[in-house]
Design a protein around this ligand. Structure first.
Ligand code: SF4
Length: 345
């Protein structure tokens, strides 16, 4: 019997609930501006968002998750959490949605909450760990400690959820070494996935005030790309999935209206992957021969190998008269092979 297995594509239906149950406004955060949403959506709005998304997602070969983002879901009263979760159960019963993921603070996890989430098909819990350095957490006035993140993570994993730990790089007091330590700690804790966000100075935040008073300096774009590259490679090696690199570009960020300073770029992930390929391709500049070069890369890597705005290709054109990139089904990961055509005059 011939069986054909099709790869499932993953879709998230994001439900942004700005600054839901936040104990205070963190110094870098203005979720309303970052997510572009100003108010908590009503029950009708939530249903509408879900149905609109489902209409655009193919029924076959897709795995759909509902994602409560933007606030601290588990900071709500238990009955309020239950009301939100109940609202979306009918989509799970029909089989269109496979589960729920949500984000929250490390100090908002307890056994009672986890029991409730389990009952309502929550599969993944993401914690805003931000840093695994207590000094950075203190200077950033996060109001929780590294210990809180460790304790909450252990409880989440013990209860059988998938764990996500989000990092913010470049917060007050942060260094590349501290970010690397954070990544290593996240791996050691056993997170399944992570998101890497470079800290930005957003309007109407405490960090805007600090920045204007000269008390805080964000990373440059170059530094943020360099740090993220290092962290991404560490996570990849440990099989921790990096599901986001850089903030989702809301209209306010794209227009620059909400951004005061900091390493925002709408194609941040692409910049980081371009740099990784740049490091891999650089040795080709040392070849004693020149002429034409044809570089074969795995299909999904073609754009990154060529580079954002063709940066890597342009670098190689400094040495070779012609540079051609081809996708090659036989290659995986970031493997590449090349052929040189040397011309004799
Ligand atoms: S970072 Fe999280 S806890 Fe802090 S204000 Fe923003 S949404 Fe609330």
């Amino acid at each position: 019997m011939l069986q054909i297995f099709m790869k499932q594509k993953h879709f998230n239906i994001p439900l942004f609930i700005p600054e839901l149950a936040c104990p205070f406004q963190c110094i870098y955060c203005n979720q309303k501006k970052i997510s572009g949403r100003l108010k908590v959506p009503s029950a009708e709005e939530i249903n509408k968002i879900v149905e609109e998304h489902l209409r655009t997602i193919p029924e076959k070969c897709s795995r759909v998750e509902l994602a409560f983002f933007g606030g601290n879901f588990t900071g709500l009263q238990l009955n309020e959490q239950e009301a939100f979760l109940k609202l979306v159960q009918r989509h799970i019963k029909t089989g269109r949605i496979s589960g729920i993921r949500l984000s929250t603070r490390p100090d908002y996890i307890n056994e009672e909450v986890l029991k409730l989430l389990k009952r309502y098909n929550v599969k993944t819990i993401e914690l805003g760990a931000q840093s695994m350095d207590d000094g950075v957490l203190k200077l950033s006035k996060r109001g929780h400690t590294v210990r809180d993140t460790e304790t909450a993570s252990a409880m989440i994993l013990r209860a059988g959820f998938s764990l996500g730990l989000q990092i913010m790089i470049g917060l007050p007091g942060d260094t590349l070494e501290k970010s690397v330590f954070t990544a290593e700690k996240i791996i050691e804790i056993g997170a399944d996935n992570t998101r890497i966000y470079p800290a930005l100075v957003i309007k109407d935040t405490k960090m805007e005030k600090m920045y204007k008073e000269g008390k805080y300096q964000p990373l440059t774009l170059k530094e943020a790309v360099k740090w993220s590259k290092k962290l991404l490679l560490i996570f990849e090696k440990a099989n921790v999935k990096v599901i986001r690199l850089g903030l989702h570009p809301s209209e306010g960020l794209l227009s620059g209206e909400e951004l005061v300073a900091g390493p925002f770029h709408p194609s941040f992930r692409e910049l980081v992957l371009t740099e990784i390929w740049n490091d891999l391709l650089k040795p080709l500049l040392d070849s004693e021969k020149s002429g034409e070069i044809e570089i074969h890369v795995p299909p999904g890597q073609l754009n990154y190998a060529i580079g954002y705005e063709g940066r890597n290709k342009k670098m190689l054109l400094g040495k070779y008269q012609q540079v051609k990139f081809c996708s090659d089904q036989e290659l995986t990961g970031r493997e590449y092979k090349f052929r040189l055509f040397v011309s004799f005059s």
